[in-house]
Design a protein around this ligand. Structure first.
Ligand code: SF4
Length: 444
């Protein structure tokens, strides 16, 4: 049987797409972790930031060496950069065999067949506005696992001025609730999955463009009826679309985890407007207050961009003020970088690299102290942990997450608790995770 190696860059959605490629190829390819022995090498790419895009180019060069030793090896690029660059990738790297965009990779079988028949490279990177993700279920017994992702929608209509997503993932389109439920039931019943993370660029607007679809809150409620599914997570939520109904669902549905990733991006209204985020900092704070009023234990994490074109020192200080006010559990912060096609890349007023670096350091420093105090508040408490596996740093320990998405590493009398929900007493708080000891098993 032929072997397939996929190197994945970027977000959870890309990881999910990688998984789908293996499913789509069914029995014709088996997975290998060693590119040296692969018959097909794919690089699943991300172009949301500059860095991973640059990494791709050095990665292609690496696999070119393999291909020069074994000319029958097929080499392809999929994902956002394949979508964005298409034909240009082939001009730059003429030895590539496959270029499969964010919708095109679903046609991988057809692409491989075409290469076999014609011997010429294949490019599938057309974007269709009406594209919806097809239902892709494993046709053979998949390995048992605790967690899985389900992509519930694709694309985005928001056009934030710094973001390439609408250009490389297309217009927003939701999958039908029936397809999503069928996939979830399959994962739970056939694969033993206990926790599902629903993925979309803006899950809060799920179903809005489709007559007859439920909204996101109702989708959560429908999924929570799957008996052996214990936990549901989701990402990402656009603050402008966070409704009171969804907030109540998060608070009241015990299967929905008490964590929301709510990207703020910047703390000054001037920058938010230039980013086309469609909310003010006051409106963002109202959403935070609503969440905490209904669900006081909820953890809020966020994304921040520093050094957006024209961001003044005062603008940046407002971002720091917002961090103090909201007290995010975790912040994913990035220096602004130009992305192709975007409005922000033409704004001018660029912020020098050393100032961006300085601002990023300030964000890190402030967040470190906030995260530290949030984690310290767990000391001595008993928490529910869904056990995901052995701790990477200490194989004698188990690891899992609590509902608020914090990682807990803990000692237990037995190591065969993977997939169980256990109670753990917290004894130590680290910079990003907690340590504790097993108390009892709650569900297995
Ligand atoms: S909401 Fe904005 S940042 Fe998020 S994917 Fe859409 S355009 Fe990009």
């Amino acid at each position: 049987m032929k072997r397939l190696y996929i190197k994945t860059f970027g977000c959870q959605m890309n990881e999910n797409d990688t998984e789908k490629v293996f499913i789509l190829l069914g029995d014709s390819y088996v997975k290998t972790d060693n590119p040296e022995e692969a018959d097909l090498v794919l690089i699943n790419t991300c172009s949301v930031r500059e860095k991973p895009e640059h990494k791709l180019y050095s990665e292609i060069g690496r696999y070119r060496l393999l291909k020069s030793k074994r000319p029958d090896l097929l080499l392809g690029v999929m994902g956002c950069v394949a979508q964005q660059e298409g034909e240009r990738l082939l001009q730059r790297f003429p030895y590539l065999d496959l270029i499969l965009g964010t919708q095109g990779f679903y046609r991988i079988k057809e692409a491989l067949q075409t290469i076999e028949n014609k011997g010429s490279p294949v490019i599938f990177n057309q974007l269709r506005d009406d594209f919806t993700i097809p239902l892709t279920l494993p046709n053979k017994e998949p390995p048992r696992r605790v967690k899985a992702f389900i992509t519930i929608m694709q694309g985005c209509d928001n056009f934030c001025t710094y973001c390439v997503v609408p250009y490389v993932r297309g217009r927003e389109n939701s999958r039908s609730p029936e397809d999503i439920i069928e996939e979830a039931e399959h994962l739970v019943k056939k694969c033993g999955v206990r926790e599902i993370t629903l993925l979309g660029q803006n899950v809060n607007s799920y179903g809005k463009k489709h007559k007859g679809y439920v909204d996101f809150a109702d989708l959560l409620n429908l999924l929570s009826q799957i008996e052996e599914l214990w936990r549901i997570r989701f990402t990402t939520s656009h603050p402008k679309d966070l409704s009171e109904k969804l907030v109540r669902t998060i608070a009241e549905n015990p299967k929905v985890c008490k964590h929301i990733h709510l990207p703020l991006q910047a703390g000054s209204n001037r920058t938010l407007k230039r980013m086309n985020r469609k909310y003010t900092k006051e409106e963002y704070l109202e959403k935070v207050n609503l969440l905490r009023a209904h669900c006081p234990e909820i953890a809020i994490t966020t994304d921040l961009i520093v050094g957006f074109p024209g961001e003044s020192e005062e603008d940046f200080n407002e971002t720091l003020e917002m961090m103090e006010k909201v007290r995010f559990q975790e912040v994913f912060s990035f220096k602004y970088s130009h992305r192709p096609f975007t409005v922000a890349s033409k704004l001018g007023e660029e912020i020098p690299e050393d100032i961006k670096e300085e601002r990023l350091t300030k964000v890190h420093k402030l967040q470190e102290s906030i995260t530290e105090s949030i984690l310290k508040a767990y000391l001595g408490k008993e928490v529910e942990v869904l056990v995901e596996g052995r701790s990477e740093k200490d194989l004698g320990k188990l690891t899992g997450r609590i509902t608020t998405n914090i990682v807990v590493n803990f000692t237990a009398p037995r190591l065969d608790l993977i997939g169980s929900l256990v109670k753990v007493k917290i004894e130590e708080a680290g910079k990003h995770s907690l340590k504790g000891k097993y108390v009892e098993t709650l569900k297995c």
